[in-house]
Each structure stands twice: as C-alpha cells, then as structure tokens.
Design a protein around this ligand. Sequence first.
Ligand code: HEC
Ligand code: HEC
Length: 504
Amino acid sequence: MLNETRSSSRLRIGFLILVCGPALAACNETDGFTADQWAAIEAMEPLKGPIPADKYNNRGDDQELAKFGQMIYFDKDVAEAITVPGPSGNVGDIRKVSCFTCHGGAYLTDARPFPISHGRSWINTNTGPLTNLAWYDWTTSSGRFDSMVEHGTTVWSTSATPIAQARFLYLKYKDEYNAVFPDTQLDPRLGLTDPTDPNNVYPTTGGPKSSAAAPDGPFEKMPQDAQDQINQIRANLGRAFDAYPRQILTPESPFQKYVRDRDFSQLSDKAKRGLALFVGKAACNECHSGPTLQDNKFHNVGAPGLTVQPYTNATIAPNRGRAGVMQAILTNLTTLQANPNAPLVFNGASKYSDNPTLGMQRLLDVQQQDADHCVTRDPNTNACTLYDQTLEGAFRTLSLLNCAQSGPYFHSGTVNTLEEVVRQYNAGGAPAGMYVGTVDPKIRPLLLTEEEISELVEFLGTLTGLTPTQQAKADLSGMTWDWDKDTSKPPLPPPASMTTTTTK
Ligand code: HEC
Ligand code: HEC
C-alpha cells in the first residue's frame, strides 16, 4: 500500500510520511495506518467480545435447546401442502419444506437461483445468512420482530400452521421436546386421531384467526386449555429457533485475524487500500462498524425494491421497510397495555418473555419514534400512514461478515454482486423511483475511481469466516458440535392417503 499514487490517497500518504516516517515502531503496530484510522479499524474487529446476552430468553445459550432447534430445523416432514408452485415443489406436495429449504447454502442463505425464497408459498424478501445473528437488536430486514425469540414463534409457518406443527411435534419429537421443556410438556391429546373421540379436541390444522373482526375458526373453537397449549408450544419454539441460530458463528476470517492478532499478512495490499477507503473516503464504517459490521439502526440507502415477483410476475406492493412495520409493532403494544397477559402476543414485553420490562421499554421507544417521525395520520384510527425520511424505505443495516458468500444483496435481493453494491453506493443510491423514500444524508456520491471500487470489493472479501462445518474440519478448539449437521430423525413413512388436494 505504500506505492499509492492516486490523488484520493494523498491525505493518507501524507500521514504515512509525517507520522510513520519518524515513528516507525508505532506504525508497525498499526500496519502503516494512522492512530485514528487504526481506532476505526479496531472498532470493526469481527465477533469481538462475548456474544450479546439474550434479551428475552434465559435459555438462549442452552446447548440442549439449541440441539433440539437444530433437529427440527432440518425436518421436512412437518410441511403441509405447498400452496403456490415453485422450486420447492408443486401445489399439493407435502413434506417438502424445512428451514433448510430456504436457509440451505453454506452460510444458510437461499442457495437456489433468484433471491426470493419459496417454501409453501413465496416470501418477497431476500433470505439473508443465518450467521452471527445474536448481535442484531431487531430481527428481519424491517425489524418486524424485537428478537429471534418473537420471530421464532411464527417462523415455522413457512412449513405448517401452528396446530399442524404441534401435531407433528407430538408424532415425531415428543420425547425430545418434553426433555427440553420439562415444565411445559406436550398435551397427550395431540396424539389422538380418531375424529369421534370426545377427547380429540385438536383439529389437524389451523391457527389463530387473522384479525379480531374475522369469524372464529378451528383455533377459536378449541377449548381454552387447548388454545393455551398451542400458544405455549409457539412460545417454546421461539426459544428453540433462537437458541439454535445463536450457535452459528463464523470466526477466523482473514480480517478478524488481521485486527485481533495484528497478523498483517492476512490482507493483500489491495485489500488494505480497500480498508482505508472503507474507514476513509467511502466512510462505510459510519454504519458498518462493531463486531458484525452493522450499527443496529435502520437507514435508507437507496437499495432498489422489488416491483414484481420474479417467478410469477405478480405485482408487489413497495416495501416501506421500517415504516411498514411500525403499526404492527404498536398494535402489540396497545394489546399488552389492555392486557399484559394477552395470549397471542409473543414479543419481549409479553408474558412469555424473561424480561418484559425491557421489552416494554423498547415498545415505548417505538411509540416515541412514531410520535416524532409521523407525517400523516389516518383521521379515523389515528394510525400513522406516512413517516418522514428517517423511516420510509429504511432497512436494518446488514452485517457484512461473509458478504462475499451471501449474495444476492439488500432486503430485496435485487443486486447480484458486491461490485454492483459498491457502484450503487458510489452513485449515492439506486436511481430515483427504484426505492421508497429519500436516502439517508450519509449516502451521497462517493466519486470512487474504478480501481477504488475494486479495492473496496477486495476488502469485503476478507470478511468471510469459517462455517461450523469448516470449523469442525479445521478442528478448532472449542468446536465440539457440528451445528451444520442435519440431525433430524429419519423420514416418516408416507401418510395413509398420499392423495393431494389442490387449493385455490
Ligand atoms: C420460504 C423460505 C423460508 C423458510 C422455509 C424459512 N425461512 Fe427464515 N427467512 C426467509 C427469508 C426470506 C428471510 C428474510 C426476511 C427479511 O429479512 O425480510 C428469513 C429470515 C430469517 C431469520 C432472521 C434473519 C435476520 O437477519 O434477522 C431467521 C432467524 C430465520 N429466517 C430462521 C428460520 C427458521 C428457524 C426457519 C424454519 C423454522 C426458517 N427461517 C424457514 C425465508 C425462509
Ligand atoms: C447510512 C448507513 C450506511 C452506509 C454509510 C453504508 N451502508 Fe451498507 N448497508 C446499510 C443498510 C441499511 C443496508 C441494508 C439495506 C437493505 O437491505 O436494503 C446495507 C447493506 C449493505 C450490503 C448488503 C449486505 C447483504 O448481505 O445484503 C453491503 C455489501 C454493504 N451495505 C456495503 C457497504 C459499503 C461497501 C459501504 C461503503 C461504500 C456501505 N455499505 C455504506 C447501511 C449503510
């Protein structure tokens, strides 16, 4: 990096001569970077420090619970019939969809072509990697969920309804479930199948109705204790689908070794020039810093949204990001303020949480944000229908760890390569009209040269760490369990009736 000649690097070369010339020893400790630059670089040390404490799940680091989550993560037998055709199967096909179906690449992204994940139906956002997630304060690209625990209470709906999930758990994983949840064991009535048996209170499928105004469905018609049982199972699944991903880390990237061990041979000169741009002219670290290179905030970076569903060409409503989920979060707040024990709210403030005080505080913060940033309210409901530029089109800053392996990019998965990502930032965002709202003031044309664009991409490539399988192979100390392994039980025999029903 010493033979830099481009004008953009003049400043830093100045520093190299002025600071490093006389004080060579100090420079050796920071690989030629100035003290300020090195401080910014150290603030980006991957996976530094302990894994953040689990906010709402006291058992977030319970290995047995994580192993249970891992088992069912891979199991396709849970899946009810596919409702929309796609790469997972055709309409009516059963037992095709596990978590692994969409989160199946080496870094647990969707390894199939196209960004948009198909399970029983389509999900119109990009499947990001399921690695190093414990550092995020909010879950999913819009932060719809206050934790992986809340998200985990609903995520298996990609395969089946809550009642069908409960039936499946009883059928295939009763002993394993009861072993990890000894205080809230499965109701044996979940094993009854004879429809004429008066004790058979559970239908085969169903879940809570979609709104209070909707007519009661199979779920509401169950006795209260059966409803409570299904809700408790969801709460428990939330903990399992929290504990398992918390174990999936990707340590030992070249950049981690570079900063942590000061092993300066880990980065090429070109990658080092990219790093200098990252903390300098391109200022990516204004948002991408900390142990997973993300600031736990929401910004509008002008990433292109999806307008049509790539397979079906169906029109997709513009994704407003954080603005689009504010009302759903606030509805839960209202529900809990009316009834702190509300059975169908599973967030950090709910009765299922291990720290409802913190959960409530965070909901009140969202309420304050709503008050501070709302531009237009519905005169009848008082719900905010339009927010200011801080929330419209703002998405959660994504971790950059392993980003060279986790394309396509952004919440929409519409950008295919890191080079295109950097070009977009260089232009100050995608062309107007391709995204909702206005870009964050930090996003502005960067005036990077072609060579600089390629240097930044080179640096991003040094953020790739080892997957659990690779760690197991490398025999890293402390790696006692392969969290990538499919530990599900063998497939169930085919159901008595394999006839499939076509749903409209
Ligand atoms: C149909 C495909 C599909 C299936 C099946 C699926 N997911 Fe996902 N998952 C997604 C998509 C798409 C996202 C990204 C949502 C977003 O950020 O907007 C996601 C996001 C997540 C996240 C949040 C990641 C983050 O960055 O906050 C977790 C955790 C997760 N999934 C776990 C699971 C688990 C556990 C299962 C099985 C119970 C599962 N997923 C099944 C598609 C799927
Ligand atoms: C204003 C804050 C901000 C700045 C500055 C910023 N980013 Fe981002 N970055 C984000 C946000 C927010 C997202 C997620 C946007 C989305 O999902 O639509 C993101 C996403 C990304 C992604 C996609 C990751 C993935 O897995 O999909 C990459 C790569 C990236 N940024 C690299 C950079 C680089 C390189 C720079 C500097 C040129 C930079 N960012 C500057 C906030 C920022």
